[in-house]
Design a protein around this ligand. Structure first.
Ligand code: NAP
Length: 529
């Protein structure tokens, strides 16, 4: 996407109507602001930025995006480790309403994805709506005014008619509970908080974790480090990935004929949909996926013992599939060693494994994933009648179509409970969520109303969802960040992406109670417009 292209395709629409004309309060002056925001968006990653774009296109501009960091981008701002890239093709891992003909590769790297997000911010003129350094400490419903109050640790609180929780599941890093973590005297780096000042050249490196991040980091580190020891707890299923450079002629074609790019996106979409049959459901086709994984392993790893160490013992898809053609070759370099003995503890000079060997390391890379909230909420949320969402979700998060929760009116979640894809692009799911919630918000604004999903509809939805999850690979018996400790799946959607998108095509207002805004707010608005 050239900068001009995005802006010409999606030129901001002029505002009209009394709500949209309410001025956006300036930074730091929210307490005095006479009018509440129409929408408070929590989080400035892909979801928050996409939500703001779609709201703007509906001429809802009295909004703000609250971001605790100092730049937009969310997980792509944070994950800058060497080799960081998306394992979903960029053509599909982008918004259809912001097509980018300039992706450099089939699977673009994190820097390019971050640039794409930043370009959307500029081309859709979102900078004035971004409030950096706003760490949300709570979101509370005020029945008297029918408004949400969003509080921050270092800023005055704001009030908003609707709140979009777009903080993302992969925001908080997870250091494992390994004994002696603080006794280690060398350098510690988490994959999602990379230390670019640290020079790995000639260093003895230990990497803990062989998930989606670990398999991307190791092939880069072996190029510069003296030695790399990879500590693997559970081998994952890896599938080959061919990453082609996009030709100039292809970029020109997509720029001149956007429909061609849209066709390419659809082709990727349906290609991934076909894989769902084996990846989402625990079915005979899962064996086909496993056969591809075993063939990939056999072709890349000659040593039978190493192959055995790398062979998973759970159904393919149960943990996230690893899309990599670089990891196995990296492990077989002379300066790389795979360690499969469990870690006993960290020692001052390195990592001690249970059989008593101490592996010395100048630096330990923790590719150990994220602290994902599957129970509880990322920030305290209090809804109608003082109910606390963290309490309601204490044994597993539940929502209606992953977006709305009974008792929490005019609140919407992106990447909420059971919205994760195992086989397709998160952005396809996110775009559907955004269009749904933007419709609901527009509806509420146009009718001056409050929307709250019905508890019986939410319960019906979840009963069916959990029944369907039983037949999926994620619930087939491995441990992963998708499940709670009790094995409850609050993370993934048990179906095709097209089913997920289909259920969000339009808001069924019969599944919501629609009430009027409190008169006080309406009157306040009438007096000021
Ligand atoms: P992850 O999938 O949770 O993997 C964490 C790794 O650390 C696992 O291998 C885990 O082993 C290991 N580990 C955790 N605690 C350990 C301990 N105490 N001792 C030894 N090993 C330990 O984390 P991630 O790789 O950062 O990926 C998280 C998610 O981020 C992915 O599922 C994906 O959604 C996203 N991601 C996406 C991409 C992309 O290309 N789109 C790239 C990176 C990440 P066990 O398997 O035994 O638990």
């Amino acid at each position: 996407m050239s900068e001009t292209q995005l802006s010409s395709q999606q030129a901001p629409l002029p505002s009209h109507g009394s709500f949209q004309q309410a001025p956006l309060p300036s930074h730091g002056s929210f307490q005095q602001a006479p009018l509440p925001l129409d929408v408070a968006i929590i989080g400035g990653g892909f979801a928050g930025i996409g939500t703001a774009i779609r709201l703007k296109q509906k001429r809802i501009e009295n909004l703000a995006i609250f971001e605790r960091g100092s730049a937009p981008g969310g997980t792509w701002r944070d994950n800058t480790y060497p080799g960081a890239a998306c394992d979903i093709p960029s053509r599909l891992y982008s918004y259809s309403f912001a097509p980018n003909p300039d992706w450099s590769h089939t699977y673009s790297g994190s820097a390019e994805i971050l640039k794409y997000i930043e370009r959307m911010v500029d081309d859709f003129a979102l900078r004035p709506m971004l409030r950096f350094g706003h760490n949300v400490t709570g979101v509370h419903w005020d029945e008297a005014s029918s408004l949400w109050e969003v509080t921050f640790d270092d800023h005055p609180s704001v009030r908003a008619r609707s709140v979009v929780m777009a903080s993302g599941p992969l925001a908080n890093v997870s250091f494992p509970g390994i004994r002696g973590l603080d006794t280690y005297e060398g350098h510690k780096i988490h994959s999602a908080r990379w230390d670019h000042e640290f020079d790995f050249t000639g260093k003895k490196v230990a990497v803990i974790g062989t998930g989606a991040s670990g398999v991307q980091i190791v092939p880069e580190l072996v190029k510069v480090a003296q030695s790399v020891k990879v500590f693997q707890r559970t081998p994952g299923w890896a599938l080959p990935r061919t990453n082609l450079t996009t030709r100039r002629t292809t970029k020109d074609l997509y720029r001149k004929f956007p429909a061609a790019q849209s066709i390419a996106r659809k082709a990727w979409f349906w290609g991934h949909e076909s894989v769902a049959l084996g990846v989402v459901w625990n079915s005979p086709l899962t064996r086909v996926v496993e056969a591809v994984g075993k063939l990939h392993l056999r072709r890349q790893v000659r040593d039978p013992w190493l192959r055995r160490q790398l062979t998973p013992d759970f159904r393919a898809g149960c943990k996230r599939l690893l899309m990599t053609s670089e990891f196995y070759p990296a492990l077989q370099r002379d300066n790389c060693t795979l360690v499969t003995w469990p870690i006993a503890r960290l020692a001052p000079k390195g990592i001690r494994t249970v059989e008593g060997i101490e592996h010395q390391a100048d630096v330990i890379v923790f590719a150990t994933g994220f602290d994902v909230s599957k129970t509880g909420t990322p920030v305290p949320i209090t809804g109608r009648d003082g109910r606390v969402l963290a309490d309601e979700w204490s044994s597993g998060a539940k929502a209606y179509k992953s977006i709305s929760v009974a008792g929490y009116p005019n609140m919407y979640f992106t990447f909420g409970p059971n919205s994760g894809p195992g086989h397709s692009s998160a952005l396809v799911y996110m775009e559907a969520q955004i269009d749904y919630l933007v419709d609901a918000i527009s509806h509420a604004i146009a009718r001056n109303s409050v929307l709250e999903v019905r508890a019986d509809k939410q319960s019906e939805y979840n009963t069916d969802l959990q029944r369907r999850l039983q037949r999926t690979t994620w619930n087939s018996g491995c441990s992963s960040w998708y499940l709670t400790e009790d094995g409850f799946n609050a993370t993934m959607f048990p179906g095709f992406a097209s089913q997920y998108v289909g259920q969000l095509k339009s808001v069924n207002y019969d599944d919501y109670t629609v009430t009027e805004y409190r008169a006080r707010v309406t009157a306040a608005r009438a007096a000021t417009v």
